[in-house]
Design a protein around this ligand. Structure first.
Ligand code: M6R
Length: 606
């Protein structure tokens, strides 16, 4: 949460920072601010609300200088206001900094500093850090920062400017992401790569405990006071991928990229003739010894993991538990050397998932991360990593990365099935054939998207929705409901349809649409019974079913058709209308679907 960007070089820092903040706005958009060092002074401009407010404030007033820092905020301590917007300063205005994370002991430090005469001008936890540095600034900025870091507990990504050393940015990381962009005669420090990708594709990811000193010529990193070397990686994403390319929203662009993301994720990972799956950095010998699997994730990634449970158990006979990261972190899960732990995360920076793995990793026989962002914390933390190759996802709602996670998890289920001797080469071949069909079939659904837009128009005023699915389509019901909540602010719940008579049927009336994911297959008749039970009580049905199902229109007010495929593969298609329905309802309600209120793309505080 929160986006940080720092720049030092020969160009106007403000320009580069505003450019970077535009790319980082998906991380938080409660307020924004910038500070630039020039001629022994630091000029700071801040504004509540979205970045455009800051840009308006800057218009006309120049903010010269070639070293600076900028921030787009997702509020933790203190409401979104000009005063609480970052950067924050000490009493002298010479030390100016930005912080992403939470300083847990800020209150006690603040009280202590107040007694020493420090004056605070915001309600944030961050401000204490500037004052802590001020206390020790006679030691020099680097030592003062090191000293201040010893005083705080919690999580942080910090960037700090000191007016007496105007070409320098000091950065520190503990728990919240920070990545350096290494340019020619200029360097960047940011929360995420797209903010500087237009200018350099060389990235250096900081580790927890790292402190970096960044000037335009040089970057040096220490950890625990000792110099450390961190690898510089080439980033394969292009800056163009992170643009809207003519679409009204990133979300729609990203949904339309799903066929490509899916293809990019599966290609190169199978040998169809031999009926074999191959993952680049996975140890198959370790997988062969596994007797249990625990998958840990949050939000949409959790729903992808949940679908995988059905498949992996069916294809390999290995028992799979799926856990919400924030819950398992404080529970006492049974993990042993026969257990495979899998983290699923788009960003690879979700704090709940990272923290859960810190405790569990050493107990497990083997651990794998399924991650989209190359070089992210989770991708570096576990024994193996499988990248989802979806490319950058800017819309706050996960769409194409969900499809790519499912792609990896389907491949993984087939792979596990083969390793455990449950699936034969011919079974895996059939699976691969299905997966290869998916991008083309998603394209067909996308072609017909206007029909979904029309249905969205009909239901945009409803205040509650229920989503139902059974078996492997149940997680798609959960995901459909989550997408609708996030993007349209409509209350929605996802249920296993078999649970309907255990409670939610009490909600049936003419005001709550019931979305059924009901392609034909082994549980289809059960779903039809559920639909009939709702109809008998005058409820409204929106059904997602397969194209060759001719009877559904008898039962449902609205039917969304997806192409026919082997029944295990329907989630890969059913997910698309779920996303489109939420998207169009959100847009028709006038919501900024790329930046829905209160959300941030990556949740880096607990
Ligand atoms: O980066 P991660 O996949 O770990 O993020 C997990 C969730 O925060 C994320 O999926 C969230 O639920 C999205 N807003 C879903 O659209």
């Amino acid at each position: 949460m929160c986006g940080i960007i720092g720049y030092t070089g020969n160009n106007e820092a403000a320009e580069r920072i505003i450019y970077g903040l535009k790319k980082l706005e998906y991380r938080g958009y409660d307020s924004a601010g910038i500070a630039v060092a020039d001629s022994g002074k630091i000029k700071r401009v801040r504004s509540a609300g979205k970045l455009e407010n800051l840009v308006k404030k800057l218009k006309g007033g120049s903010i010269p200088g070639t070293t600076g820092i900028g921030h787009t905020r997702w509020a933790t301590h203190g409401k979104p206001s000009d005063e609480n917007a970052h950067p924050h300063t000490d009493c002298t205005g010479m030390i100016t900094l930005i912080h992403n994370g939470i300083i847990e002991n800020y209150y006690e430090i603040r009280e202590e500093l107040k007694k020493k005469g420090h004056k605070f001008s915001s309600e944030t936890d961050t401000e204490v850090f500037a004052h802590l540095i001020e206390e020790k600034i006679s030691m020099g900025i680097e030592k003062a920062v090191a000293d201040a870091l010893k005083r705080i507990r919690g999580m942080y990504a910090m960037v700090i400017l000191y007016s007496k050393e105007p070409g320098k940015i000091i950065a520190a990381r503990q728990g919240s992401p920070l990545v350096l962009g290494i340019g020619k005669g200029e360097n960047y420090i940011a929360s995420d790569v797209p903010s500087f990708l237009k200018f350099t594709d060389k990235a250096l990811f900081l580790e927890d405990g790292d402190v970096a000193v960044v000037t335009k010529e040089k970057v040096s990193v220490t950890n625990g006071g000792k110099n450390v070397q961190r690898a510089v990686r080439d980033i394969k994403w292009t800056a163009k991928q992170a643009e809207k390319a003519g679409y009204p929203h990133f979300m729609l662009k990203e949904i339309n990229e799903e066929p490509q993301s899916f293809e990019d994720t599966i290609l190169g990972r199978f040998d169809e003739l031999k009926g074999r799956i191959e993952f680049e950095s996975v140890d198959d010998k370790k997988l062969a010894k596994i007797e249990r699997i625990k998958i840990v994730a949050c939000g949409t990634s959790y729903h992808a993991a949940y679908a995988a449970k059905y498949l992996v158990e069916k294809y390999s006979g290995v028992s799979v538990e799926v856990e919400v990261a924030s819950e398992i972190r404080y529970a006492n899960p049974v993990v042993d050397k026969k257990t495979l732990l899998v983290a699923v995360s788009q960003s690879g920076e979700t704090i709940d998932t990272i923290e859960a793995f810190k405790n569990l990793k050493t107990k497990a026989g083997y651990s794998l991360a399924i991650v989209n962002v190359v070089g992210s914390t989770l991708s570096r933390m576990l024994d193996g990593v499988i990248y989802t190759h979806a490319g950058p996802e800017i819309g706050v709602a996960a769409t194409k990365t969900f499809i790519s996670q499912l792609a990896v998890l389907y491949l993984f289920a087939l792979h596990m099935g083969k390793i455990k001797g449950v699936l034969k080469a011919k079974d895996v071949r059939r699976g691969i054939r299905n997966l290869r069909k998916v991008p083309g079939l998603i394209r067909l659904i996308l072609k017909d998207r206007e029909k979904i837009a029309k249905i969205a128009g009909k239901y945009k005023k409803n205040r509650d929705f229920l989503y139902y699915g059974r078996n492997i389509n149940y997680p798609m019901a959960l995901e459909g409901a989550l997408k609708l909540k996030e993007i349209s602010y409509i209350h929605a719940e996802g249920y296993a349809a078999g649970e309907m008579k255990h409670g939610p049927i009490a909600l049936v009336d003419d005001k709550v649409p019931n979305v059924f994911i009901a392609p034909q297959g082994k549980v289809y008749e059960k779903l039809i019974s559920n639909i009939q039970e709702i109809k008998a009580r005058s409820g409204t049905i929106i059904a997602v079913t397969n194209k060759s199902n001719k009877e559904m229109k008898k039962f449902a007010e609205d039917v969304i058709y997806i192409p026919d495929i082997d029944e295990d593969y329907y989630p890969l298609l059913a997910a698309i209308p779920m996303q489109l329905l939420a998207y169009y309802i959100g847009v028709k309600k006038g919501i900024d679907v790329d930046k829905p209120r209160n959300l941030a793309k990556s949740v880096t505080v607990e």
